[in-house]
Write a protein that binds this ligand. Sequence first.
Ligand code: XMP
Length: 515
Amino acid sequence: MDVPSESIIILDFGSQYTQLIARRIRELNIYSAIMPYGIDAAELRRRQPSGLILSGGPSSVYGENAPHCDPAIFDLGIPVLGICYGLQLIAHNLNGRVEAGSKREFGQADLNVITSHALFRDLPDVQRVWMSHGDKVLSLPSGFSAVAATANAEFAAVADDARRLFGLQFHPEVVHTECGTAILRNYCVSICGCAQNWTMKSFVDHSVAEHRNRIGESKVILGLSGGVDSSVAAALLHKAIGDQLICVFVDNGLLRAGEVEVVIRFFEDAFSMKLHHVDAADRFLNKLEGVTDPETKRRIIGHEFIEVFEETARGYTGVTYLGQGTTYPDVIESVPIDGNPSALIKSHHNVGGLPEVMGLDLVEPIRSLFKDEVRAVGEELGLPHEMVMRQPFPGPGLAIRVIGAVTRERLAILRRADTIVLEEMKREDWYYKVWQSFAVLLPVQTVGVMGDERTYENVVALRIVESVDGMTADWTRLPYEILARISNRIINEVRGVNRVCYDISSKPPGTIEWE
Ligand code: XMP
């Protein structure tokens, strides 16, 4: 990744909060990037960040497999802030004493600032902080002094101003630390000298220039799904290289109602982009005939997509690059330590396998961005709000929401029900408040009565969830009146459905999609 010169590099020691540190710093309009803890000091010198942060982590510095950084990073002359495990590493490396975790400290504590220091500039002398640690610093390396303490931690904030090395025993990145963002700002601005000028506009300008330069006269082919990530990646590349970008939109027959028209309207009409629309519905649906196993469905759809995409790409000459809408959470290399949850790697990747199959170089213009930054870049590029705020939609589409065998008839039933869910959620202003809201068609028929007639029809389940990143989720406590209207409309308007259920499972143990 190309790192702008004014940046903070965070070395990841496996804390569940590492991404949060990066987020907080970016919210201060300062570029920050997460890197593996073991990165070479020489590599860091080459990158010339304005400052370093060592994240927390679940290990003890004395642990057999404890992650250690290159000790030479402390001699680079670049400011270093150690947070929690990061502080213990500093103490351990520079001949302080660290006590292995006999007693864990977890939760709120009152921090008392002992001496005036740049880290706490303009902040109150007593403030609430959030502690979560096992090991504890017992004595400081020479050159260091305590800046703040809590009842349980004599060295809650420490500094060696001459060498510009700093440490915090608490977590400034979590909201429970009341002045946390201000402490991070003091570090980045007052100590590291960052200018707070990283904005979405500067990102777009920088990225457009960089891609124009890199791609030159070549062509880029990109699979546009209509989702936020691929749409923003496409818009950004289009601004950089115009018609050298070929967007391939594969209609796999598993899309929501009206989706094809929406994508064409957004991209061809609004952006005058070259959009290659491939109608491959028959191919996908034929391959899926009679298939009921969820993983088999996913595999078939993934393979078929690669084939269709490859065939389309072969029709163009001079294509050197494959564009992808990979985002930051997809690429952060988490540290697999002690079964730590942040080490889980997302299983749903964009179009895994394509670059190898096609022998193209990858272009990933939004690789360094978090989801809300992707959205802000989309708005900056002029994509409609309606597009950049869309809910996620899975690659295998409605095939994993028609439970059991996928047929045209069942897809049509689901599309009608799904459209009603979407309309009502938007009408009631709930669509943008939740993570996802959709209908699932179950392979179950139940008895009902409509007019004077007995019916024996399908069941639709509603899945409406709240989530921050899709990794965990909870069902939305939607007002009963809205649930009632959605249910009434589906049963009255969608032929073939006589019952609607609401899914009240959280993730875990359930997943968001049913298959
Ligand atoms: P689950 O069902 O695993 O879903 O709780 C988590 C999030 O990922 C989406 N999802 C997918 N996205 N390809 C995708 O691009 C997939 O195969 C896929 N499966 C699930 C799901 O909609 C939810 O937002």
